[in-house]
Design a binder for this molecule. Structure first.
Ligand SMILES: *Cc1c(COP(=O)(O)O)cnc(C)c1O
Length: 376
């Protein structure tokens, strides 16, 4: 059969009508342990819930299909998923990481990964020549995040993957900001796609989770699976169930969110109080051409820099009424955040930058709220 479209897979992959009851919605299996056969076998495929359970398996199968991978491992948060990838490195290995990335993973790299003996080089991943310059024969892992948080820098996944693979390194792409079908990271050459499913996948701001999807033939995945099962940072069956439910509407949500994001970016780009808009859909964005090639649309996230520095940025954030001041992203409510103050003292983020996670409210209402907040 022809491979089905994203909208169809999002609803059906990994889920079946329950054979015992006929339930259309997959039941939640809370049991931590599963019966052995008289022979001692586990012919039904499950033994203990940390190792595997029906709801986690359903989520992993679904995301494997949506990212076009071979296998997936789900975790209790995006950070746990990222940590499992990084923990699969050994002392003496070298890793190349982006200079602009999600600040939580940057802290984990600096405070946990470096102390156990992994060598780290941070590089401008939007500059392919700089990447080629910094890669070494000992480089085991190249970490990508594109568009990057919070400045929306664009990395050419295929170009960087080619450089990394020539050096024998594995390429991991944090795809949180570009949920399926927005950026087929594995098809573009990444070996691992990572999501904080807390964000777009679950999509409703009510469940934490993370997942690593591997393409075929990535040896490192075995170690990631081992860490998932044996360190046990696993999601609960209910969390997996909520995430699967969220994913059923994912393609429609992100399409509407990215349509609104584009309108908001154009509005801000035209506004006298805005110094700069970071959004790859704008023709003046340095990553516009690469984004056009490797993304389906330009994503639902953007950030902008307010004229007048930190004080003015805080004023705009204080003035919104419909939009909510909060961290996180990917939910149905539009959120605005002053990133530098949440990232802490070593943050490279400009002090006048506000990040917007565009939700599913009508774009006219969002535009009116932002217009009022900027004008006051
Ligand atoms: C939120 C986020 C994470 C971390 O996910 P948690 O579920 O909060 O642990 C990692 N990467 C990116 C890009 C994120 O936005």
């Amino acid at each position: 059969m022809k491979k089905m479209r994203f909208e169809t897979l999002a609803i059906h992959a990994g889920s079946e009508v329950d054979s015992d009851t006929g339930a259309i919605v997959t039941p939640i299996h809370l049991s931590t342990t599963f019966e052995r056969d008289p022979s001692g076998e586990y012919s039904r495929g499950f033994s203990y819930s940390r190792s595997d359970n029906p709801n986690r398996r359903s989520l992993e199968l679904l995301m494997t299909e949506l990212e076009g991978g071979e296998d997936a491992a789900a975790f209790g948060s995006g950070s746990a998923a990222a940590a499992a990838v990084l923990r699969s490195l050994r002392p003496g290995d070298h890793a190349l990481v982006p200079d602009m990335m999600y600040h939580g993973i940057r802290s984990f790299l600096q405070q946990a990964v470096v102390p156990w003996g992994v060598e780290l080089t941070s590089v401008d991943m939007t500059n392919t020549h700089a990447v080629a310059d910094k890669v070494r024969s000992t480089t085991r892992l190249v970490w990508l995040e594109t568009p990057s948080n919070p400045s929306l820098g664009i990395t050419d996944i295929r170009a960087v993957a080619d450089i990394a693979h020539d050096a024998g390194a594995v390429v991991a792409c944090d795809n949180t900001w570009t949920p399926p079908p927005l950026q087929p990271a594995l098809t573009l050459g990444a070996d691992l796609a990572i999501h904080a499913s807390t964000k777009y996948l679950a999509g409703h701001g009510d469940v934490m989770g993370g997942i690593v999807i591997a393409r075929k033939g990535v040896d490192l995945f075995e170690k990631i699976r081992f860490l998932q099962v044996n360190e046990g940072a696993v999601p609960s069956p209910f969390d997996c169930w909520l995430t699967v439910r969220g994913i059923k509407t994912l393609p429609y949500r992100v399409r509407a969110q990215q349509d609104s994001a584009k309108l908001i970016a154009l509005f801000l780009d035209d506004h006298a109080c805005v110094e700069r808009v970071n959004y790859p859909g704008l023709e003046g964005h340095p990553g516009h051409e690469v984004a056009r090639r490797q993304m389906m649309g330009f994503g639902p996230m953007l950030s902008f820099e307010v004229l007048g520095g930190r004080e003015e940025a805080m004023r705009v954030a204080a003035n919104v009424e419909l939009v909510t001041r909060a961290t996180s992203l990917g939910g149905i409510e539009t959120l605005i955040e002053h990133r530098a103050s949440i990232e802490g003292v070593n943050s490279p983020t400009p002090d006048n930058l506000l990040r917007l996670s565009v939700g599913l409210e009508h774009h006219d209402d969002l535009l009116a709220d932002l217009q009022k907040a900027l004008r006051k």
